[in-house]
Design a protein around this ligand. Structure first.
Ligand code: PXL
Length: 274
């Protein structure tokens, strides 16, 4: 029987992120993907103006009420973009209903990148997102999000292990069991992840291709989730996810408008990661 993941993200109609990335990737790796959409946007918010955004908080509550008699179970819950602070309370209710000792809660605190909050969020939202940390079996912030969640000044450029350990230590202190920190750069020309589990820090980097590529955090999180649900060690799943993201960027013509995301579907079609 296929394992089941509940993906709690927005639908950005155009722009290859959140559910339009999580659904195909999780299915590709043989997982049944059930969805709880958080918002419906015309495009994602990165680099677009005049986008529409419908907050689905009320609908989420109705959907959860309608699910109640069905006795649903999930092998993992994978959450990402939350559209409002109130919605984070709805996610907590969902967790109290569906999180069990034997399933996995993967939380991507989507809200910022490259040292900046996304245009739709503010400091109060950051505090609200931090309330989710204790519920994370696996927390997957990028460097910017990790800084915001731990009141650490963002540092552009290269990182060192001591600084990474400090931030990761703060996230553990706030209750995250495993931390998968993305966007880690220890040397020029390489980028990857730091995975902290069982008091051990492991780092994996691959070739960095310069530029800002939208949706790569969601591609990373989806491949990571698939690996973890299939029983891989978190570090092994994270290494695969880094390699997958690099392959997706390499599949994308250099001239393409980066707001429309990377051609991860070429990577899926190649079958190279199965
Ligand atoms: O990829 C993260 C993401 C998800 N959802 C929405 C976004 C973004 C990043 O900008 O705007 C709506």
């Amino acid at each position: 029987m296929s394992k089941k993941v509940l993906a709690v993200h927005d639908i950005s109609c155009v722009g290859r992120c959140s559910l339009t990335v999580a659904l195909p990737i999780l299915s590709h790796f043989g997982l049944e993907t059930r969805v709880l959409p958080t918002a419906l946007l015309s495009t994602h918010t990165g680099g677009f103006t005049g986008f529409t955004s419908l907050d689905l908080t009320d609908e989420m509550k109705k959907i959860m009420a309608a699910w109640q008699p069905l006795d649903l179970q999930f092998d993992a819950i994978y959450s990402g973009y939350m559209a409002s602070a109130e919605q984070i309370d709805v996610l907590k209710t969902l967790i109290s209903t569906y999180k069990k000792a034997e399933n996995i809660m993967i939380i991507d605190p989507v809200m910022a990148d490259n040292g900046q909050l996304y245009q739709v969020f503010d400091a109060a939202f950051v505090d609200k997102m931090a309330e989710l940390i204790p519920f994370a079996d696996v927390l997957t912030p990028n460097i910017t999000e990790a800084c915001l969640l731990t009141d650490t000044a963002y540092k552009p450029g290269l990182h060192n292990e001591e600084w990474l350990s400090e931030i990761i230590g703060k996230l553990h202190a706030k209750g995250a069991k495993v931390v998968v920190l993305t966007g880690v750069k220890l040397e020029t020309g390489k980028i990857g992840v730091a995975v902290s589990a069982d008091k051990q820090l492991q780092i994996y980097t691959a070739e960095e291709i310069s530029g800002t590529y939208h949706g790569t955090g969601d591609i990373f999180g989806s491949v990571l989730t698939a690996g973890i649900v299939q029983g891989q060690k978190t570090f092994d799943a994270a290494k695969t996810a880094v390699d997958f993201v690099l392959a997706a960027i390499q599949s994308t013509p250099e001239m393409q408008d980066k707001r429309y995301g990377v051609e991860f579907e070429q990577v899926l079609a190649s079958g190279k990661f199965l």
